[in-house]
Write a protein that binds this ligand. Structure first.
Ligand SMILES: [Fe+2]
Length: 211
């Protein structure tokens, strides 16, 4: 399925590639089929969530290099990027105390927690006009083994942090190549948006002393 070339392309031609555990490879094959079948975001995310729940029952499906926190910031490692960009599987790692800005994704996303606790705060626009300050909608902890649909294209403004005393590691599945997707960070007071791309983290980026 072109695993090496897809990931190498993301990493700018570097020969760094995650080792795909056989259960992860089966997961990727099944998600490829789910995405190909389509049926709308609600159908796709429900099916992906069910399959991710099953994957999390197998231990140690992530390449250990995809679970290392970085000392300075949260990181997003590429586990799999579909050759056509139709979806991607990321390992997202927050060290203790790390937090994202308030952001969106512009596509669907399903998250399963591999280790630790992910703390999520969701927001919405105060005014239906699509401008103005953000208001907090909800807050929750997502624990190891749990799976949630984190976002759909039209409902996905949130902030995520490590909610545990150990690093939080999540398997994130998105309906696009999330390392190339232009999306937004938000100022909560004004609602002003800034476009950004959260480039993939090279597998060897985390310093040994990151913890
Ligand atoms: Fe997010």
């Amino acid at each position: 399925m072109g695993a090496v070339s897809a990931v190498e392309a993301v990493l700018g031609g570097e020969t760094v590639e995650p080792t795909l555990h056989p259960e992860m490879r089966r997961f990727v094959d099944d998600v490829t089929e789910i995405v190909r079948r389509g049926g709308g975001e609600e159908v796709v995310t429900t099916r992906v969530a069910s399959r991710l729940d099953e994957l999390l029952r197998s231990p140690e499906v992530l390449d250990p290099r995809c679970t290392k926190p970085h000392a300075d910031n949260y990181v997003l490692y590429p586990v799999w990027v579909a050759p056509d960009g139709a979806f991607s599987v990321a390992a997202a790692v927050w060290n203790v105390g790390q937090v994202t800005p308030i952001h969106d994704h512009g596509t669907w996303g399903v998250i399963g927690i591999y280790g630790g606790v992910e703390h999520e705060v969701r927001y919405e626009r105060t005014r239906a006009s699509g401008v103005g300050a953000l208001t907090q909608l909800s807050e929750r902890d997502i624990r190891a083994g749990q799976v949630i649909v984190c976002c759909t294209s039209d409902h996905d403004i949130h902030r995520v942090s490590c909610g545990s005393h150990v690093p939080c590691v999540g398997i994130h599945v998105y309906g696009a190549d999330i390392g190339k997707m232009p999306r937004h960070v938000y100022d909560p007071a004004t609602g002003n948006m800034r476009t950004f791309v959260s480039a993939w983290t090279p597998l060897d980026a985390a310093p040994e002393n990151a913890g």
